[in-house]
Write a protein that binds this ligand. Structure first.
Ligand code: ATR
Length: 300
């Protein structure tokens, strides 16, 4: 108490509260990325802290690429239970963790680190689980009636989606990327379920597919829309855009207009946080309408 009073006179009240909250006793988790200010993750985790009555602090750590090494050298000073990783560190973090699980190994990227009691760092990738769980929870399991799936893009996000689809037993994935060579690399890696579709033929790959997934950045705020004609897409197909800002990309808007069911990247962001919590706290948090409303409102 005396300490509090002294602090109160030396510093302003907000600083005292912050100092007290980030005490050794408080659990800490967080996210690293660059930039990090627009991340929605603090909203998700703080919502669950409150719902599950957990005394914890969520740290948004803006770590520039040239500071990643020093961040990991000093990692134990942050006293974190674990943290998520976002752009641009998902691949480079592989160099700094002690162990990676099968998902991170196959995807070649880490989106979650758990710090064990012996201080070892375990890297996982829950993007693929987040993708599949969000899809199943929104549209039920029977969406996969053995129809081909079309995936646009062959970057890091695409690897997580391919891993997810193949694990789920999808027999045919038509993969198209602006740089065809990158699709070939992923085909070699993921095997014969992946069929490479040349970029200028992607329109024709849609005619009998059940799912179209955009994994590129095209359509994201500040970029051009995805340049893809979807007139041959069956009306029953579901269109997924991993982008959530804007909430409805040009692709999603066009799909809705022709009557296709759609899903943006927001549920995937929320669902990938569930296994992270299981790993950090042993708790399986619930995705509620309130939480999704909160996130949608933040994006408006
Ligand atoms: P992420 O980790 O988010 O997937 P990434 O690995 O940089 O990011 O991948 C970006 C994806 O968006 C790639 O498929 C990229 O295509 P290229 O491999 O040809 O670069 C795709 N992309 C980026 N700009 C694009 C554009 N103008 N038109 C089409 N695709 C584009």
């Amino acid at each position: 108490m005396i300490v509090i009073i002294i602090y109160k006179y030396l510093y302003n009240f907000e600083e005292v509260v912050t100092l007290l909250k980030i005490s050794k006793k408080t659990l800490k988790i967080g996210i690293i990325g660059y930039p990090i200010s627009h991340s929605l993750s603090p909203l998700i985790h703080n919502y669950w802290f409150e719902k599950y009555n957990i005394d914890a602090e969520y740290l948004s750590l803006e770590i520039a690429p040239n500071c990643l090494e020093s961040f990991f050298k000093e990692i134990h000073q942050y006293d974190l239970r674990g943290f998520n990783i976002t752009i641009p560190h998902k691949v480079n973090v592989l160099d700094y963790v002690d162990k990676i699980d099968e998902s991170a190994k196959t995807i070649g990227a880490v989106n979650c680190v758990t710090i064990k009691s012996d201080k070892s760092l375990i890297g996982s990738n829950y993007d693929s689980k987040g993708f599949m769980d969000s899809l199943i929870n929104n549209y039920s399991e029977n969406i996969f009636n053995q129809k081909p799936v079309v995936v646009i893009g062959a970057g890091g996000a695409s690897r997580a989606i391919l891993y997810s689809l193949i694990n789920y037993g999808i027999k045919e994935i038509r993969l198209s990327n602006r740089t065809d060579k990158k699709s070939e690399v992923l085909k070699k890696y993921f095997g014969s379920a992946v069929k490479v579709i040349p970029w200028n033929e992607k329109k024709r790959s849609l005619n009998d597919c059940g799912l179209l997934i955009n994994t590129t950045n095209q359509g994201m705020l500040g970029t051009d829309p995805l340049n893809m004609d979807i007139s041959q897409l069956p009306k029953e197909a579901i269109v997924i855009d991993l982008i959530y800002n804007p909430i409805d990309t040009d692709l999603i808007k066009r799909a809705k207009l022709r009557g296709n069911r759609t899903l943006n990247g927001l549920p995937m962001l929320v669902y990938q946080a569930i296994p992270a919590w299981e790993s950090w706290f042993g708790i399986k948090p619930e995705v509620t309408k309130d939480l999704l409303d909160l996130l949608n409102k933040a994006l408006e």
